[in-house]
Design a protein around this ligand. Structure first.
Ligand code: ZN
Ligand code: ZN
Length: 339
């Protein structure tokens, strides 16, 4: 059972009291008002870090909760540079146990263990994760009081496996095609109700706080008339955000990437020059990554995990854009607001 820090709990249970028509007062959860969603690119490099690019780690900020996808060396320092609160990290998802994806874990877990109000932290990873965590803790004086829960996932071939489900989102994983067991992860938000301005206007409701109640699916009373939520709202599909690192193109990549609003994916090599290296080291090129985004109805593609051989990886961006226009390059400490 995950325990959330008090500040996060308060944010979600606090209500605003809004007065309507002198006599009626409605309670609106603050969590419906403050919704922050961001991707923080903490590290965007490959096996050999450079002064510009750290080992891989991406942080997803979702309404106050922080989730880490991989944790390469220096991740905790990058978190501090971004001024993200360590105590809000509740889940860490590990794609695989190559060093550039996990070398930051011992330091991060030590710091989390010495941070107030952390509670339980979950670590999710592929086959072998339980063993690696045990060995990691035994390989040093691991002075941490952290309440760590470790989950090892072995999804069936060509099948997505749901591994986390909350009131706001679910997270699934799938096997990838790398030299060692490796997982991709995808978060899917729950669908929400939004106000249809044309319909609400017909009932004389334009800026009324009553609209917030309708967004919660509740009937409202206005000018003596009962208006059900479905009369003035429409369903907005929750976002799908997918993380795919270290793989060759395969059916599983297509399955998990399908219909992603945001796809964060490795593009280690430039196909024009090093297609053979992508194949030899079980990685992707800019061309291959962009083709997957194009074929899988992805909205925005963020490429990352660049080989240190490219002083300026915009050459990979340019290659990818030939196949998928909505491709973006990532830099260390860059943040993207998710809409
Ligand atoms: Zn890697
Ligand atoms: Zn790898």
């Amino acid at each position: 059972m995950i325990q959330y820090p008090l500040s996060l709990i308060l944010k979600n249970i606090l209500v605003k009291y809004i007065k309507v028509n002198k006599s009626k007062v409605y309670k609106i959860p603050v969590s419906l008002i403050n919704m922050t969603k961001k991707l923080h690119f903490l590290g965007t490099g490959c096996m050999m870090p450079t002064p510009e690019r750290n080992h891989l780690s991406i942080c997803l900020e979702l309404n106050g909760e922080l989730m880490l996808f991989d944790c390469g060396e220096h991740t905790q320092l990058q978190i501090k540079k971004k001024k993200l609160p360590l105590s809000h990290i509740k889940r860490v998802f590990i794609s695989h146990w190559h060093g550039d994806h996990v070398l930051g874990l011992p330091g991060l877990l030590m710091s989390l263990g010495n941070t107030q109000n952390v509670g339980v932290v979950e670590i999710h990873g592929p086959k072998g994760t339980l063993n690696y965590i045990t060995h990691m803790k035994q390989s040093m004086i691991f002075d941490s009081k952290l309440d760590l829960q470790v989950f090892e996932h072995t999804p069936k071939q060509e099948e997505l496996q749901e591994i986390v489900k909350t009131s706001q989102y679910s997270i699934s994983c799938i096997n990838l095609n790398h030299s060692v067991p490796c997982l991709a992860y995808s978060l899917k938000e729950k669908d929400v109700l939004n106000i249809d301005p044309k319909k609400s206007k017909q009932y004389g409701l334009t800026t009324s706080p009553l609209l917030a109640r309708a967004k919660m699916g509740l009937d409202i009373e206005h000018n003596g008339e009962i208006i059900s939520a479905d009369m003035i709202t429409y369903k907005k599909e929750g976002l799908k955000i997918t993380f795919i690192f270290d793989t060759r193109p395969c059916k599983e990549v297509q399955l998990i990437a399908q219909d992603s609003d945001y796809l964060v994916m490795e593009a280690t090599f430039l196909y024009k020059e090093h297609a053979h290296k992508a194949e030899e080291y079980d990685h992707m090129s800019g061309k291959e990554t962009a083709q997957i985004a194009r074929d899988c109805n992805v909205k925005e593609l963020y490429i990352t995990h660049f080989s240190q051989r490219y002083k300026d990886p915009t050459v990979i961006l340019e290659e990818a854009k030939e196949y998928f226009e909505n491709t973006h390059i990532t830099y260390d400490l860059m943040s993207v607001i998710i809409k």
